[in-house]
Design a protein. Structure first.
Length: 316
């Protein structure tokens, strides 16, 4: 038994019969670990699905506050890093350790670039107070005072009844003063001072005198129509009167992207260690299993971002 151990190469642990068996064991262990990582992120994806189904207007509004160009840039960076990582595994298998070290260094630099872009994005969000928590601030910088807190746009029963009556019977029977009074009351309830400019199609005038083919006789239907216009036709650059609880989106955003960033940092530590060991001559065509399993981990980091990018930045 001891003679068999003496026949083992230095890189093969004593409890393995061959380098192939050790490599297979390494890969199996990494795949089991990656399965637990998938379960970890699955909980966050489930939270995303639940909160989005309950608050679609929040996610529709808030995703416009993210810069999809930065997200796309990070996607390209990680895709390129996966290429260089896979290439590093291939050159290691061929015994070209100089190329392997260079490719590991490029992959590491890609990870640095990803974090730099993410830091720029985070800093912008912190400045605009797009953060988690129980309060959501409106303003260009954190700490700006808001004159009036956001409020729901709900028409009272008297105004709804008057609008429905006007839409059903026409304008006959109403004096100009009565119509102007109703417009003024509606204008007070709308969130933007310039109704025609900020919310096209949802101004007081259009409610009193709706376009042909869009007349609503039921007040509840009118209220739903106005709420839909306010929620889904708001321009992406408008920050006034956001839907309530926008912080829910950013709580999920920072949880998912922050946990992913932690995995990127862990991957950088692994890449740096593999780079040093490669330079020390610890790997070759006969033994490169650590580079192989390190590549599996890095590909998972890339794959998770492939799901995060469209969910947070692109999906309406």
């Amino acid at each position: 038994m001891s003679d068999a151990h003496h026949d083992h190469p230095a890189h093969v642990a004593h409890h393995f019969e061959s380098a192939e068996q050790q490599s297979d064991s390494d890969k199996l262990g990494m795949w089991l670990f990656l399965a637990t990582e998938v379960l970890l992120f699955s909980g966050l994806f489930c939270a995303y699905a639940v909160y989005r189904s309950l608050n679609p207007e929040i996610f529709y509004y808030a995703h416009y506050l993210l810069d999809w160009r930065l997200g796309a840039l990070n996607t390209l960076i990680l895709l390129f890093s996966s290429l260089t990582m896979a290439w590093a595994v291939r050159t290691a298998a061929l015994g070209n350790m100089r190329a392997t070290a260079m490719l590991l260094a490029i992959t590491f630099l890609c990870a640095v670039g990803f974090l730099v872009v993410k830091a720029v994005e985070y800093s912008e969000k912190f400045e605009k107070s797009d953060v988690w928590g129980v309060d959501y601030y409106i303003g260009d910088k954190k700490g700006d005072e808001v004159d009036e807190a956001p409020r729901d746009f709900v028409l009272d029963d008297e105004v709804l009844a008057a609008i429905a009556q006007v839409q059903e019977d026409g304008l006959e029977g109403y004096t100009q003063e009565e119509l102007e009074e109703m417009r003024d009351r509606l204008a007070d309830l709308m969130p933007a001072p310039d109704l025609e400019a900020e919310l096209p199609g949802a101004s007081a005038t259009s409610l009193i005198r709706p376009p042909e083919g869009q007349r609503q006789a039921r007040p509840d239907m009118l209220e739903e129509t106005v709420e839909f216009q306010m929620t889904f036709e708001m321009p992406d650059h408008v920050r006034e009167a956001p839907p309530q609880n926008v912080h829910i989106f950013f709580g999920i955003y920072y949880s998912m992207t922050g946990l992913h960033a932690i995995h990127v940092i862990i991957g950088m530590i692994v890449l740096a260690l593999l780079f040093v060991l490669t330079l020390l001559g610890k790997f070759g065509s006969h033994y490169y299993s650590p580079i192989d399993v390190g590549g599996l981990y890095w590909h998972l980091v890339d794959l998770i971002w492939i799901f995060l990018f469209p969910l947070l930045y692109l999906v309406d």
